[in-house]
Design a protein around this ligand. Structure first.
Ligand code: ZN
Ligand code: ZN
Length: 348
């Protein structure tokens, strides 16, 4: 027995998403079922359905920034009850046994890897389907609690964009006395700025132009620079302890590494299409590092939600009807959104 729910799905890499129905599994002993109130739209959704990251199984329902209210819990569930405000991020399961899972870093599960919220395969052998749908059933260990003070529409983007930026800021100790630069002021970047500011760091935005400067400063950045201006790289030489790159464009690594101070780190969050050459000298002089970071584990995602509630950090969003999703994709591609689209799932 399964439950049929309405959803928006991609049926091929080239056709627009269309309204359809999908099946949700029955609630097992450890499962939480919830009605999805809002689902954020992430760049990964678009890359995945267009098969830019490899082949997928169609039909595919994207969406891994999911917020809603619990409607049913399994007999063994202890963490949640009907009526609780909950969310699900980028994965819905993992092996639970490898070192990384045991350490609460399920996103780095090695056996063989986390089960994506969509385009994954569940324990029942069926493809997982994401948040552009009325309801979802997820094991309680992969469900997050949304604090009361965060509205569900604003909570949704925190489940991917929020944790993707929070985790590296925490890992590399953004805080008082640290100078952090955020490359790109988009869905990820605007949250990186807010979070780093809330952690007490001094934050600069490095953007292609000064078009969004007013926004950047309003969000808490103390400086804003255009990377199209070569003078920026001279002026800011050796300025930052941490650079968070939220854009997936290919960077001139030598120039950006030049902006780091001694022991500084540049962290990649986006996935540029091509490899980026790194001159060894740009690392050696100043003992600098380049790293990458992928979302965050369940424990840290909960910590991030609680931090956002405590520090009043929420994304800037544009709530849309489900039928607008294809236009939203085009606008997202054109960076024409400030700063995250969120689907109102009651319009499905
Ligand atoms: Zn995402
Ligand atoms: Zn694992």
């Amino acid at each position: 027995m399964t439950t049929t729910v309405t959803a928006y799905a991609a049926t091929s890499a080239t056709d627009p998403l269309t309204k359809t129905t999908i099946e949700r599994r029955d609630v097992g002993p450890h499962d939480v079922a919830f009605d999805i109130a809002f689902a954020g739209i992430c760049h990964s959704d678009l890359h995945t359905v267009r098969e830019e990251w490899g082949n997928v199984t169609f039909p595919l329902v994207p969406g891994h920034e999911i917020a809603g209210v619990v409607t049913e819990v399994g007999s063994e569930v202890t963490k949640y009850k009907v009526g609780d405000r909950v969310g699900v991020g980028c994965f819905v399961d993992s092996c639970r046994e490898c070192d990384n899972c045991r350490a609460g870093e399920e996103q780095y599960c090695t056996n063989p890897g986390m089960v994506g919220t969509y385009n994954g395969r569940g324990r029942d052998g069926k493809p997982t389907q994401g948040g552009y749908s009325q309801a979802i059933v997820v094991d309680e260990n992969y469900v997050l609690r949304i604090p009361d003070s965060i509205p569900l529409d604003k909570a949704a983007p925190l489940l991917c964009a929020g944790i993707t930026t929070y985790s590296p800021l925490r890992h590399w100790n953004a805080g008082p006395g640290k100078r952090v630069a955020v490359i790109g002021l988009g869905g990820l970047g605007h949250l990186a700025v807010k979070l780093a500011v809330a952690m007490g760091a001094e934050v600069a935005v490095l953007s292609q132009s000064l078009k969004k400067m007013e926004d950047g400063l309003r969000l808490g950045a103390s400086e804003y620079y255009a990377t199209s201006d070569p003078d920026t790289f001279k002026r800011l030489r050796g300025s930052f302890d941490l650079i968070i790159n939220t854009v997936s464009a290919n960077l001139d690594m030598a120039s950006y590494l030049g902006l780091l101070n001694l022991d500084g780190t540049l962290v990649e969050l986006g996935m540029p299409e091509n490899p980026m050459p790194v001159p060894a000298g740009a690392l050696i002089f100043g003992r600098k590092s380049i790293s990458g970071s992928l979302i965050g584990g369940i424990r840290e995602t909960q910590e991030m939600l609680d931090f956002c509630a405590e520090h009043d950090v929420t994304p800037e969003i544009e709530v849309i009807e489900a039928s607008y999703v294809n236009e939203a994709y085009e606008r997202m591609l054109a960076s024409d959104v400030r700063y995250r689209f969120v689907i109102d799932n009651s319009t499905l």
